[in-house]
Design a protein around this ligand. Structure first.
Ligand code: DAH
Length: 371
């Protein structure tokens, strides 16, 4: 049934009966008599029409239009039905009022529900804008990594391990014996000058402690505790009171190598250094020796590596001095070996093309991220 057309043909409930007409003629203004049944039917039709109209409402404008039509205070349909109340027999009026209020409440609730739904749809689309789009590329995780100096240390340890050299550590706070004396650096040697070392204020009487100035100390510590044959490599920090510039820093790292085996010669030394250089820098790197002097090696050399068409100074080396072997209790007549030392920052700077070693210590992630 078409509820709307039924509702519009109000005559069905408003058509006055003959008896009512007579009553109306007496009481002015005339009130149309309405039976309770037709009043209830009118309310039911009103509810059905409102429900159908609201079901088709698509937006706020449509809802407002429907509100005016059904609930409008001046000429809405509910208002028209309300006017019929006074046409009910007085005995039916309380029941009529109840039915009226019930219908009014129901249609109001229906309006509120539709209004909520429309508002919810708006909020829903705003929420959709905030929602996660799983098809977008993810935010890259910022992964940290090992510092280039540590990478270099690990790489050298790896290369040396393949040549049979075991990695060992030694203390950074050293005594005179291990940093100088056992390495044949006597008391009057300029290398022991207080201006060239970080002596500690907590000196042990005549034997002041210092931050080690070289990793050669580890040669002594290992030889004191072990018997040959030995192949060790030690990488770690050393300290010297140098003013920081592009090639100096008061703290830096060294690689120390030591091999003690029967029949060792300078040729073995050169082979090991060439292997290390070729593996670390890549390609076939040539090594050359220049005569030099170190208190703890005899003969002593400084060694250069040819890389990128240039000869680059890398470090010092030589055959372990008999005085050093004797200092650790070895018999220099029986054992011999070689030692070498080079700077970690120097080889890292060469390999990575870093012009200023201070960049390694500035903690600038833009620099460090490149390695
Ligand atoms: N310790 C030396 C330095 O700091 C480097 C060095 C030279 C180490 C010769 C050695 C070596 O083992 O044989 O300058």
């Amino acid at each position: 049934m078409d509820c709307r057309s039924r509702l519009r043909s109000r005559s069905a409930v408003t058509e006055p009966t003959g008896r009512d007409k007579a009553a109306a003629a007496k009481a002015a203004p005339a009130v149309q008599a309405v039976t309770i049944d037709s009043f209830i039917a009118e309310l039911a039709a009103f509810r059905a029409a409102a429900s159908e109209t609201l079901g088709g409402v698509a937006g706020a404008a449509g809802l407002e239009q429907a509100r005016i039509e059904f609930l409008g205070a001046r000429s809405g349909r509910l208002k028209a039905i309300q006017k019929l109340l006074s046409g009910l027999a007085s005995a039916d009026r309380p029941a009529g009022g109840r039915h009226f209020n019930e219908a009014k409440g129901a249609v109001n609730a229906l309006f509120a529900a539709v209004q909520d739904t429309l508002a919810g749809a708006g909020a829903g689309s705003a929420a959709a804008a905030d929602a996660i789009d799983v098809t977008l590329p993810g935010e890259p995780l910022r992964l940290g990594h090992v510092h280039p100096i540590t990478q270099t240390i690990r790489r050298v340890q790896e290369i040396m391990a393949r040549l049979g050299f075991e990695s060992v550590d030694g203390p950074e706070v050293e005594d005179q014996w291990h940093n100088f004396e056992a390495l044949a650096i006597p008391a009057e040697h300029p290398a022991r000058d207080p201006l060239d070392n970080f002596y500690l204020a907590v000196a042990r009487g005549a034997d002041p402690l210092l931050l080690r100035s070289q990793t050669s100390t580890v040669q002594i510590r290992v030889m004191e505790n072990r018997r040959p044959p030995l192949r060790i490599v030690s990488l770690g920090r050393v300290y010297r009171p140098d003013t920081a510039d592009a090639t100096h820093y008061p703290m830096f790292h060294q690689v120390e190598g030591l091999l003690i085996e029967p029949g060792t010669t300078m040729a073995h030394l050169k082979s090991v250094l060439r292997q290390l250089a070729s593996s670390f820098l890549g390609g076939d790197v040539h090594v050359r020796f220049r005569p030099s002097f170190f208190p703890f090696t005899e003969p002593s050399v400084e060694f250069d590596m040819e890389w990128g068409g240039r000869w680059i100074e890398m470090g010092g080396a030589g055959m372990v001095d008999p005085a050093v072997l004797a200092a650790v209790g070895y018999d220099p007549e029986e054992v011999s070996g070689f030692a070498f030392g080079l700077g970690v920052e120097r080889i890292a700077a060469r390999r990575y093309g870093v012009a200023d070693i201070r960049d390694f210590y500035r903690n600038d992630v833009r620099f460090l991220r490149q390695f």
